[in-house]
Write a protein that binds this ligand. Structure first.
Ligand code: NAD
Ligand code: IPM
Ligand code: MN
Length: 348
């Protein structure tokens, strides 16, 4: 079996954490006799400064010919904000139609959450974040820019097709979990148009899933429950922007942004799905071996699971779980040491 893997290390701590993700993938490849054909793509700040390119069409075409993509992070203080984020990362999500941005929120045993007296079984849910629409896809503009009368607008796009497909995916995931509970998170008391479309869509799709119970929560209240009662969540479905914000909070309650994994998934598999840590390029700690590569390693586990290599995926998650249990006594370790320790557990 061969996996054709495209690798985009990107900026800041991206290359540091991707190195560790690949180290773990090499260990998996040795243990499970998986061939991995890797192609690395130089995209991000360096390329933009050198050529002005963010994601050339020719590179996009090449990426399409892979089974999956592993991405570190993009964004750099030397590049105007948004250029790489929109021109590279969001363009990939849009062009490859990654409409399910899957972000598990899971507190592993032994990991310290900032929530007092919380147990791992109380923080174990999935956020299904819509990945191709919402405020990320709308146009915007300025009127009278630079004057005291300036108006800046940013619109949110929600299509019946786009909402239905992500809602149906979330119902399907909920139906396959023991608790079978779906929480829809929106802000339909203010965003009455998009909110109404989401609510009607959920009602319609719910009829296909009589075994799944459905709950609704405004996004502001959801942030309360993330902190006071995370055990109420099983699967959350929400729009692109709410999902972005909620999953950084989810990462925090599950022990930190360095542990939070994600998959940008095209469930129809007509394009390669892309796996990446939830965090960004962290310029404040880049180049010092301080970044935690665990989020990237868990993203590698998601990648293997997506491609159908269940056993390999579970081996990576088990190695991470074991490493996390040992962390309280391990002392401070560098990025590479954490990757070495996890890879060593897989090789056995
Ligand atoms: P960030 O996630 O990069 O950093 C937020 C905080 O978390 C910082 O204190 C950072 O040091 C810490 N942190 C992040 N990853 C860590 C890790 N693996 N181990 C330990 N600590 C970690 O978010 P930001 O500061 O808002 O953004 C920085 C840049 O990254 C910006 O250019 C932003 O646009 C970009 N960004 C990219 C992605 C992505 O590529 N998916 C995601 C978020 C932000
Ligand atoms: C994330 C990031 C991106 C997002 C940015 C960098 C475009 O914050 O992956 O969570 O908002 O989706
Ligand atoms: Mn984010």
């Amino acid at each position: 079996m061969t996996i054709r893997l495209a690798v985009i290390p990107g900026d800041g701590i991206g290359p540091e954490v991707v190195t560790e993700g690949l180290k773990v993938l090499d260990a998996v490849s040795a243990r499970f006799s998986l061939q991995i054909e890797r192609t690395e793509y130089d995209l991000g700040a360096r390329r933009w400064h050198a050529t002005g390119e963010t994601l050339p069409d020719t590179v996009l075409d090449e990426l399409r010919a892979h089974d999956a993509i592993l991405l570190g992070a993009v964004g750099d203080p030397s590049v105007p904000s948004g250029v790489l984020e929109r021109g590279l990362l969001l363009r990939l999500r849009f062009e490859l139609d990654h409409y399910v941005n899957l972000r598990p929120v899971k507190l592993f045993p032994g990991v310290r959450s900032p929530l007092a007296d919380i147990k791992p079984e109380q923080v174990d849910f999935l956020v299904v974040r819509e990945g191709t629409e919402g405020a990320y896809a709308g146009s915007g503009g300025f009127l009278r820019r630079g004057t005291p009368q300036e108006i800046a607008t940013e619109e949110s796009v929600n299509t019946a097709f786009g909402v239905a497909r992500v809602v149906r995916d979330a119902f399907t995931r909920a139906a396959g979990r023991p608790r079978r509970k779906l929480t829809v998170v929106h802000k339909n008391n203010v965003l009455v148009h998009a909110g109404d479309l989401w609510a009607r869509t959920v009602r319609e799709v719910a009829a296909e899933f009589p075994g799944v119970s459905v709950d609704y929560c405004h996004v502001d209240a959801a942030t309360i429950y993330f902190v006071t009662d995370p055990g109420r969540f099983d699967v959350i479905v929400t729009d692109n922007l709410f999902g972005d914000i909620l999953t950084d909070l989810g990462a925090a309650i599950a022990g930190g942004i360095g542990l939070a994994a994600s998959g940008n998934i095209n469930p129809q598999r007509t394009t390669p799905s892309m796996f990446e840590p939830v965090h960004g390029s962290a310029p404040d700690i880049a180049g010092r071996g301080l970044a935690d590569p665990t989020a990237t390693i868990l993203s590698v586990a998601m990648l293997l699971d997506h491609l159908g290599y269940r056993e390999a995926s579970q081996a990576v998650e088990a190695a991470v779980a074991e490493d996390l249990l040992e962390r309280s006594t391990a002392g401070r370790r560098t990025t590479a040491h954490i990757g070495d320790a996890i890879a060593a557990k897989i090789v056995g």
